[in-house]
Every structure is written in structure tokens, then in C-alpha cells.
Design a binder for this molecule. Structure first.
Ligand code: NAG
Ligand code: NAG
Length: 418
């Protein structure tokens, strides 16, 4: 029935324009109207059709005038792949996307080790050629920064602490790279795609190790030696500053390091800004009436709960963050579970009642417009096995990464030593 209807309509359109003598119109040099120049308005002149033999070959993945987005090896947004961990690598860059396929720190649904792969699949519809959009006045891929996909950092699936150490070593190797455009910035910046949230700590183990010698990691030490203390903006439904005695019960040192304690440990190791860190979109359960929140305050955090957005609105949320962070360097950590499960079902520890994708993008955009100095970022806890056939979570995650890329390009940052 459907195709019969279509066929009938096409015949009607074709005969309507046939009554306007399309041959005559085509012979004049007047520009034809849309209908006249479309397949409905004229007979196909077979001799003018370029056959596959006469078309040039199309190999480039960023050839976005049609089917290019479906081609090429699946890097993030079809960016060039650079082996960022190898100093002898031929490719230089300013902003790198790097995967941490790690999920040994989760408490509920496992599977975030496949997150980097899922994020790249979610970014498949994006490309440097099509990097403009209606909300930003620039294509971040064709501006001052060379943006690449660094691939993933290999780590063992058999030992959490060894794996974290390997991730740290990899991050340090990348952080040591000289940027491509040294007139804009004197340090490379990374956006890590997780992986469970434990990895943020691997981005933060640059202080003097206290109780957690095994995590005394050079990687964030590398960041620390470049940037000093940084303010963490932590978009997450959970606090992740849990005292390991609460979350995991202090069973063993091994159990204490997990995706809900890493900000506590980062604070203990002296890696965070003293008082400028914030949780955004918080809405989690707590173990008791006071201790968790008191400990959170002690770790240098304040928070804006998910429900507060309804009263404050996006602009006031942005204003509060900007006032608190001021001129400090910002590390942005986005747990995809900050979004409502309607927008991001595929995550490890879901909490209903979260923000929409649009609200999150708009807040990040506001921080960029305010010129906050972003020095690195991660987007974590994407567990593709729980995503749906529409790839809702993966595509939302890729859009968040695009927004972060826009921020990094909009705000080039020089290190304090520069
Ligand atoms: C490097 O960055 C500067 C802005 O700081 C820009 O003017 C210049 O075009 C960039 N160079 C390249 C090769 O993109
Ligand atoms: C942050 O706290 C540490 C440890 O208490 C202290 O040494 C340092 O001076 C503080 N930094 C600022 C900027 O207040």
C-alpha cells in the first residue's frame, strides 16, 4: 500500500510538471525551480549520470559530504590516530582522546572496560569535516588545535592496582609530549574515555603517597608538575569521596581503591584544590546521616544537587561554579550517570532523577563561555552492554566529549611555568 501511494504521488507530480513543458524550460538558461530540477521535474538524461567508473575513489574518513562518516577505522569522530604514548611517534597533537579500558573498581554492573570502544562507536556520526554546529561559532577540529585519537592504554584485567599503575604510566608518557601548536599552549591536554571512575584517580596520583603507596603514581605527578593543584568539577550522581572504611568496609587495601573512593584518596594524597572542588548533579544514597557529607566537605567539595537545577536554572548553576572555581585550573570529570537513566541507561550504578543531556551540555557550554581554565577531562562509567539498539548512551557520551573539545579549543591554557 505504502509503495503504491508513493508511486502514485510521483506520477502525479511528474505529470503536473510535464504539463509545463519541462523540455522547453531545461533548454533556457533560467535557473530551474527545485521541482523542475528534481527527479520529479525532468526526465533523467542517462548520459549525464556519472557512473561508479567515473567517480573518484573515496577513502578519506573525514570526507563528510555524504557517506564518509561510515568509512574508515573507527577512531573517535574519525580523528587521526596517533600513538601518543610513544615519544618517537611521528604525530604531534594538542588535544588527545585516550581510552582507559578498565572496570576492576566497580561495585554494581561491570562492563565499563568496553566503554572506550562504545564511545568511538557513539562518535561515528561525527567527523572533523562536519565539526561545525548551530551552538558554537567554530569547528574545533579546524581551529588552532591538532586533535587526535590516542587509542587506549593497555592494562591488565587481572590486578586492579597493577592496572591503575599501568594507566598512570601511560598517562604520564602522553602528558610528557610537547604540544603541536606551541604558540597556543605549552602542554597537551587529554580527554579520557572510561573505564570506570577509579581511573580519575589515576589522573590524580601525583602527590606524595600517604597510605596508598601502590598508587603513588607518576602520571598525575606529571600533571601536577605542569599544573599544580587543580579544582575538580565532578559531574556525577554520586559523591565518590567515600571513606574506604564506609564503602568496602576497609576489608583490604585492594578493596579500598574503587570507583566510589577515588576522590577521598586523591584528597588524602594532596592532589586536589583545597576548597574549590564541586559535585554537580548529586543525588545518591548515603550510608548515614552525617559522616559521608562531613567527609565530603573535609575533602574540599561543595555540591549542587540534581534537583536544585529546577529552581536555579542553568545560568545560576554556571554562576555558582564560576564563583567557586575562580581562576584555578579545572579538571572536569563527567560520570555519565549524572544524566538521567532515560538519557544514559548504559552505566554501572544508575540513579533515577538526573539531568537531561541538553542541560548538561548547556552547563558545560556556560563554563566554557566563562573562560574556566580546563586542563584535562574524563567521561567515565559507560557500560555499552546495557545500552539500547539506538545507542542512546554512547551517542550522548560522544556529544559530551564534543562539548568538552569545544571548551578546550575555546580556552587555550598556558601552564603556570609559561
Ligand atoms: C596556533 O595557535 C595560534 C593561536 O594561539 C593560531 O593563531 C595559529 O593559527 C595556530 N597554528 C596552527 C598551525 O594552527
Ligand atoms: C592547601 O592546603 C595545604 C595543606 O593544608 C596547604 O599547605 C596549602 O597552603 C593550602 N593552599 C591554599 C592555596 O590555601
Amino acid at each position: 500500500m505504502h509503495s503504491f501511494f508513493l508511486t502514485t504521488s510521483m506520477v502525479c507530480l511528474a505529470s503536473a510538471s510535464a504539463s509545463k513543458q519541462p523540455q522547453e524550460i531545461l533548454n533556457t538558461h533560467q535557473p530551474p525551480s527545485f521541482i523542475e530540477s528534481s527527479i520529479f521535474g525532468r526526465r533523467l538524461d542517462a548520459s549525464s549520470v556519472r557512473t561508479p567508473e567515473t567517480l573518484p575513489p573515496r577513502y578519506r574518513a573525514d570526507d563528510f559530504d555524504g557517506d564518509g562518516i561510515l568509512q574508515g577505522i573507527n577512531t573517535f569522530a574519525h580523528l587521526d590516530f596517533v600513538e601518543c604514548m610513544k615519544p618517537e611517534s611521528s604525530g604531534s597533537f594538542d588535544i588527545g582522546i585516550v581510552g582507559h579500558p578498565f572496570d576492576l573498581g566497580v561495585s554494581y554492573r561491570p562492563g565499563a572496560r568496553f566503554g572506550p570502544n562504545g564511545a568511538r562507536q557513539g562518535a561515528r556520526r561525527m567527523s572533523p569535516r562536519g565539526g561545525w554546529d548551530m551552538d558554537h561559532n567554530l569547528n574545533p577540529y579546524q581551529n588552532w588545535a591538532k586533535i587526535v585519537d590516542c587509542g587506549d592504554i593497555a592494562n591488565t584485567p587481572f590486578d586492579k592496582l597493577v592496572a591503575v599503575h599501568e594507566l598512570e604510566k601511560g598517562m604520564q608518557a602522553i602528558n610528557d609530549r610537547k604540544p603541536s601548536n606551541t604558540s597556543a599552549s605549552d602542554a597537551v591536554r587529554l580527554i579520557t574515555i572510561g573505564g570506570d571512575h577509579t581511573i580519575s584517580q589515576s589522573s590524580f596520583t601525583f602527590g606524595e603517597p600517604l597510605a596508598y603507596n601502590v598508587l603513588a603514581l607518576p602520571i598525575l605527578r606529571a600533571l601536577h608538575s605542569t599544573w599544580g593543584r587543580v579544582a575538580v568539577l565532578h559531574f556525577d550522581s554520586h559523591l565518590d569521596t567515600w571513606d574506604p572504611k564506609q564503602l568496602g568496609g576497609g576489608l583490604t587495601k585492594y578493596s579500598e581503591v574503587n570507583h566510589g573512593t577515588m576522590l577521598h584518596i586523591a584528597h588524602e594524597e594532596g592532589l586536589l584544590s583545597n576548597n574549590s572542588n564541586m559535585h554537580l548533579g548529586s543525588r545518591c544514597t548515603l550510608f548515614d546521616e552525617h559522616y559521608d557529607l562531613d567527609n565530603d566537605l573535609r575533602c574540599g567539595f561543595s555540591y549542587i544537587r540534581a534537583r536544585e537545577l529546577d529552581k536555579l536554572g542553568v545560568d545560576k548553576v554556571v554562576k555558582k561554579i564560576v564563583e567557586r572555581v575562580g581562576d584555578e585550573y579545572v579538571y572536569l570529570s563527567v560520570d555519565i550517570d549524572v544524566l538521567d537513566p532515560a538519557f544514559a541507561p548504559a552505566t554501572g550504578t544508575i540513579e533515577p532523577g538526573g539531568w537531561t543531556t541538553r542541560e548538561l551540555l548547556q552547563i558545560i557550554n556556560g563554563l566554557s563561555d566563562a573562560g574556566l581554565k580546563i586542563i584535562g577531562s574524563d567521561v567515565v562509567e559507560f557500560t555499552p552492554i546495557y545500552d539500547n539498539a539506538a545507542e542512546t548512551t554512547g551517542i550522548a557520551l560522544a556529544q559530551i566529549v564534543y562539548e568538552i573539545i569545544q571548551w578546550m579549543v575555546h580556552v587555550p591554557v598556558k601552564s603556570p611555568k609559561a
